[in-house]
Write a protein of this length. Structure first.
Length: 281
């Protein structure tokens, strides 16, 4: 079965409240990443979303697709997992939903080129422009990456070839260049160092990244944890007494103490970019 599924632009934004969070387990990490690592089908992925809370569903939905052609749009509604399964040959979501829904049924043959042409029509511009676009050929294990706004040549990734390289990462804007270079590893490969758990108390609190991104640091069972509205309850691993990395986010935090020894600010390195953090509580 050949099927075309579109997730275009940003996810659909949903107005939600804390009372709508299902009464499921909280996973110490990214549930979506867990699904990529362990689930082989839409049904297996849905089972994990039924078991664990995915806090990204506070503001968005996601689409699941597997190589059998099965697909589903997933999110939260009224405190329960909401699943919209495809009833047709096509399924679409996102800011380009209208364009995709209009053009997909007219597609005579599903191919990389025919899907690419529709995807290009779904480009988002303005304040929230499309950063990059992808076409997944799940039957052959290939991914085509397009940077339409930069007018760059598309890049094809073979999942079999990439998985054979072991754990590594790419910066999407530099994808073509980096694929020719030795692979880059990320924080999943970085070793944790031993730190006296007593120092963790210095970092507990709520922090802000200007203008309005808030996150909290807490201690549970002798470990340090990070949590924000768009990031699951995630463990921090120590690189030193003041530097901690977040494996699932490819990021790290550095806490800076003032003259009185109190930690009021620091640096949050998010995938290579440093931003200031300040304690607010």
């Amino acid at each position: 079965m050949i099927k075309a599924c579109f997730s275009t632009g940003l996810p659909i934004i949903l107005p939600t409240t804390g009372s709508e969070i299902p009464n499921n387990l909280n996973y110490a990490g990214s549930v979506s990443e867990l699904i990529l690592e362990e689930a082989a089908s839409v049904e297996e992925a849905l089972a994990l979303y039924e078991k664990y809370n995915e806090t990204a569903f506070l503001k968005s939905r996601t689409m699941l697709v597997d190589k059998t052609g099965a697909s589903a749009i997933v999110g939260w509604k009224d405190g329960k997992l909401m699943v919209i399964r495809s009833q047709e040959r096509f399924q679409a979501m996102g800011f380009g939903y209208g364009t995709a829904s209009e053009n997909l049924p007219q597609m005579e043959k599903v191919s990389i080129e025919s899907v690419r042409s529709i995807l290009k029509c779904c480009l988002q511009s303005g304040e929230y422009p499309t950063q990059y676009s992808k076409v997944y050929d799940l039957q052959h294990g290939e991914v085509w990456v397009y940077l339409f706004h930069q007018q760059k040549t598309p890049v094809k990734l073979s999942l079999r070839a990439e998985l054979s390289k072991g754990h590594h990462c790419y910066d999407i804007p530099l994808l073509a260049e980096q694929m020719k270079q030795p692979v880059m590893t990320d924080f999943k490969r970085q070793k944790e160092v031993e730190v006296n758990p007593a120092v963790y108390a210095n970092y507990v609190g709520q922090y802000r990244i200007e203008p309005d991104y808030l996150f909290s640091i807490s201690v549970e069972d002798g470990n340090l944890y990070f949590q924000a509205h768009d990031a699951s309850h995630t463990r921090l691993f120590a690189a030193s007494n003041t530097k901690f990395f977040i494996r699932s986010l490819d990021s790290f935090l550095v806490f800076n103490a003032n003259e009185d020894g109190r930690v009021d600010e620091g640096i949050f390195n998010i995938r290579g970019k440093n931003v200031m953090i300040r304690r607010v509580k």
